[in-house]
Design a protein around this ligand. Structure first.
Ligand code: FUB
Ligand code: ZN
Length: 655
């Protein structure tokens, strides 16, 4: 299917800033045809999940809420405990936005007139709902009229707008249908009038970032510079004080700003201006959406001051607060961060949306130039903490992604707060776009997967194909086919988990050490059709140790092979997974698991301990017997018989 290009032509550069020399932009979804590991997963989203999302949104009453031709459903979900201003029903528009986006990407994979008709029905309802002045929010138009723009801190109005904008851009590109794009452009115009630094405008921003990155997408799709400027305004304005915008807003509602369940505005990352921020704090999804928007604004406006903050935030997250699965945000209380090295396993919140948002953020950091610090984390979050959110059959979803379960944690079919299902679905359906980056005189391969990409570089069309069984195997053959011979640099990520790596250009060995920059092999040359690069990443099974400050993981290891983190499940290993110890010297055998869609499982030797008796405490050592341990990829857990699960394993035997 063709990408539908917008009119007028793309956005013009901001006039008062210099753009960075090499901006790496992800290709559009349709430019990459994905097979291999992600191929069947995209097919499942296209054939199943895209419909499931719409079914469940509609069953939950969301269409009743947005469609003015249907009876007003009123409040159907009670306000959240401890917060008398928020119900998840307030952000149902965002669930439709993400579901429309998923459907749009699904349509590239597989024409589906029924799916398209269903999306059109939702869009038509939004068209009927939109106010004369462009305003569009089903909660404030139908359930709580008269209160719009009174509580940006809690009530998600701009967040909803952002997700509908993302859906609109994706649906326009996939189908060429402008209706939702035009609706959201009108709404963006309205928001642009409402918010800004001019007299009569509100100098505010949303409690849940999202509008920033969405406006950049809308600006790029429509060519409207004002949307990019508005994105920059929201980024710049955040945390500007005193007085704090949310405090003023609360007072205007007749409320005491201190009457709030989270202190000091860290929850919404508005505790200080974004350029001063160095620590990832507060609600995890909000954080990663904000940083994604900041990275977009940094790329669009060549704003190095944002990059300084983003680099520090990245380091703080990945050095001290990231689960080995790429999930983050350990606490259910704030759905977010607590203190450094606080990475509990069984109670890990690690919301699917947070890992998905981390992929978004990493991908945008890669827009500033290839750097393994970002590419590796993007891969870790994608293959583990994000992908776990979707069952193999595409119909069930995790919200929390603990690294240990006593057998009671399972995917659900729907949730009163269904933010995660359409988030992981839209990510999987568009995963090709995360694999590559295009710049004026360079192309980057961030993720390896059997695929074919149609890119533009150095003034020519380029087809870049990957032949590989990755992540089952670390051998990747890239075929470079420019329409005309062209000089450009091909950047290829060298994953940090790889053992010995061999690289060849047209069959000749390449010296990796002298040709790498920032963890990417950089090959600059005049490329001609049929040139090949072969990479062979050794994929040892790694036993990862956590930093000593992560107390709970001490004396334990997490297994990783290639990008995949592993776990034990009760169905393979019997109950009481904590009684198993991995043999320190054991080799690992890779086995294909037919009951997990052919995933590679790791089999190793170990022992099982058995308690001496029923005593809660005893001086007697437990008895030990030989055992075989079978580990499965973390993302694939809870797809068979339910039971215990464990990522961090004890070890035994001589060092
Ligand atoms: O508030 C909107 C979404 O719902 C958040 O991103 C998730 O954490 C969930 O609370
Ligand atoms: Zn979520």
């Amino acid at each position: 299917m063709n990408q539908h290009t917008p009119s007028p032509a793309g956005p013009s550069p901001a006039s008062d800033v210099t753009r960075p020399r090499a901006q790496f932009r992800p290709p559009a979804v349709h430019q990459v045809r994905v097979q291999g590991f992600f191929g069947p997963r995209i097919d499942t989203v296209a054939t199943t999940t895209a419909h499931t999302l719409l079914n469940r949104c509609i069953e939950a009453g969301m269409l009743d809420q947005i469609d003015p031709d249907r009876p007003n459903p009123g409040l159907s979900i009670p306000f959240q405990a401890g917060n008398d201003t928020v119900t998840t029903q307030m952000f149902w528009d965002s669930d439709f936005g993400k579901s429309i986006e998923t459907a749009a990407y699904a349509l590239y994979r597989r024409p589906d007139p029924e799916l398209e008709a269903r999306v059109d029905e939702v869009i038509n309802a939004y068209a009927r709902l939109q106010d004369e002045n462009g305003y569009l929010n089903s909660w404030y138009q139908r359930i709580e009229p008269g209160k719009r723009w009174t509580n940006l801190r809690d009530c998600h109005e701009l967040y909803d707008a952002g997700h509908l904008m993302e859906g609109a851009v994706a649906y326009f590109h996939a189908t060429g249908k402008r209706r939702l794009l035009d609706i959201m452009a009108r709404y963006a115009d309205h928001i642009d009038q409402m918010f800004g630094p001019k007299a009569g405008q509100t100098r505010g921003y949303c409690g849940h970032p999202e509008i920033e990155l969405a406006l950049v997408k809308l600006g790029r799709a429509t060519g409207e510079q004002r949307y990019l400027d508005l994105a920059r305004f929201f980024v710049d304005e955040r945390g500007r004080q005193p007085p704090h915008f949310f405090d003023e807003e609360a007072r205007a509602r007749g409320r005491d700003p201190k009457d709030y369940h989270f202190e000091n505005h860290q929850y919404t990352q508005s505790h200080e201006p974004v350029r001063q921020q160095r620590h990832v704090v507060g609600h995890a999804v909000r954080a990663a959406y904000l940083y994604s928007g900041m990275a977009d604004v940094s790329t669009e406006f060549g704003d190095e001051s944002l990059k300084t903050a983003l680099d520090a935030l990245w380091g703080h997250l990945t050095d001290k607060n990231l689960y080995v699965t790429g999930g983050f945000g350990p606490s259910a209380h704030n759905e977010g961060l607590t203190f450094d090295y606080d990475l509990p396993n069984e109670t890990a919140y690690a919301e699917t949306c947070a890992a998905v948002a981390l992929v978004f953020w990493a991908n945008r950091m890669l827009g500033l130039g290839p750097d393994r610090r970002y590419g590796d984390v993007m891969e870790r979050a994608l293959y583990n903490g994000a992908l776990s959110g979707l069952s193999l059959d595409g119909t069930r979803f995790f919200y929390e992604n603990p690294l240990e379960s006593r057998g009671t944690h399972h995917r659900w079919t729907w949730h009163r707060c269904p933010c995660c299902p359409p988030n992981i679905a839209r990510l999987v359906a568009s995963v090709g776009t995360y694999m590559y980056g295009e710049a004026e005189d360079a192309v980057a391969v961030h993720l390896y997967c059997e695929s074919e990409a149609d890119l533009d570089v150095a003034g020519t069309k380029l087809r870049l194909s990957q032949t590989t069984a990755y992540p089952t195997d670390g051998a990747v053959k890239l075929t470079v086919d420019p329409a005309e011979p062209a000089r450009f640099t091909l950047h290829l990520r060298l994953p940090d988990w790889a053992g010995a790596t061999v690289a060849k250009l047209n069959g000749e060995a390449l010296d990796i050490a002298s040709s790498s920059r920032n963890g990417y092999l950089a090959i600059e040359r005049l490329w001609s059709a049929g040139d090949t690069v072969e990479l062979d990443f050794e994929m040892p099974v790694l036993r990862l140790h956590a930093h000593p400050k992560v107390g709970i993981d001490q004396g334990r290891v997490a297994l990783q092979r290639g990008p995949l983190v592993y776990c034990l499940e009760e169905t393979d290993n019997g109950a009481h997974l904590h009684s198993l110890l991995l043999d320190r010297q054991s080799a690992f055998r890779c086995e294909e698991a037919a009951d997990l869609g052919g995933a590679v499982c790791l089999v190793a030797k170990g022992v099982r301990e058995t308690a001496a008796g029923e005593a809660l405490y005893t001086p007697q050592e437990p008895a030990r017997e030989q055992a075989v341990l079978r580990a499965v990829p973390y993302h694939a857990w809870d797809n068979r018989e339910g039971g215990e699960m464990l990522v961090w394993l004890r070890q035994e035997g001589a060092r």
